[in-house]
Design a protein around this ligand. Sequence first.
Ligand SMILES: C[S@@+](CC[C@H](N)C(=O)[O-])C[C@H]1O[C@@H](n2cnc3c(N)ncnc32)[C@H](O)[C@@H]1O
Length: 208
Amino acid sequence: MREQARFEQDAMEDGPLADAYDAGVRSATAPVDAATGAALRFLAAAIGARAVVEVGTGCGTSGIWLLRGMATDGILTTVDTRAEFQEYARTAFSRAGFGAGRARLIRGSALEMLPRLTDGGYDMVFVDADPESAPHYLSEARRLLRPGGVVVFNDATPVPSEPDGPLRVPDPAETAVREVIQQVREDESLIPLLLPIGQGLLAVIRGA
Ligand SMILES: C[S@@+](CC[C@H](N)C(=O)[O-])C[C@H]1O[C@@H](n2cnc3c(N)ncnc32)[C@H](O)[C@@H]1O
């Protein structure tokens, strides 16, 4: 097992964050791990994010990390289909010290809700839901982000095919992730970075 950075260990003992993480595990919503969370916090802070969209609120783990990196008056807009998870996340944000005005929780399918958000109005988009729809989320993110904004996909490493293994039909999530990677490669205005964190964290800057 790899060494855990001290700040990642701290995160696991951090009351509100640890509680949100535990609730995420209990509800099987696959909360982001501490390394992924630290990367999200870092990216949000590095670009001075004031407006962030999250696809997949879960029980609020990634939201807390994002809010901790964002500007102190920044607003997290977070979308999830499940009211019960969002209710937990709302409480978790409050327990983590973020007032009600810092998070806008939108319930519904991201494919229906993202088109209602303002063009170019966001600094960062974090995608952590519904992997089959990843290509749609990439095009929505390109519309939502200001120039220089960053879209981040969680679980962005497609399963490698075994060279001598049996022929395997890729599942829809894997196909979708490959399509996102292909689209990013083909567009020179996008600047990608694939971080080997968790199941791969793909960060892409929307160029000017
Ligand atoms: C991996 S979990 C998110 C975990 C969360 N980011 C965290 O760190 O705690 C994925 C979430 O996406 C939600 N979801 C799945 N499909 C969705 C869709 N089409 N639109 C919005 N949310 C969706 C699920 O209800 C679930 O809460």
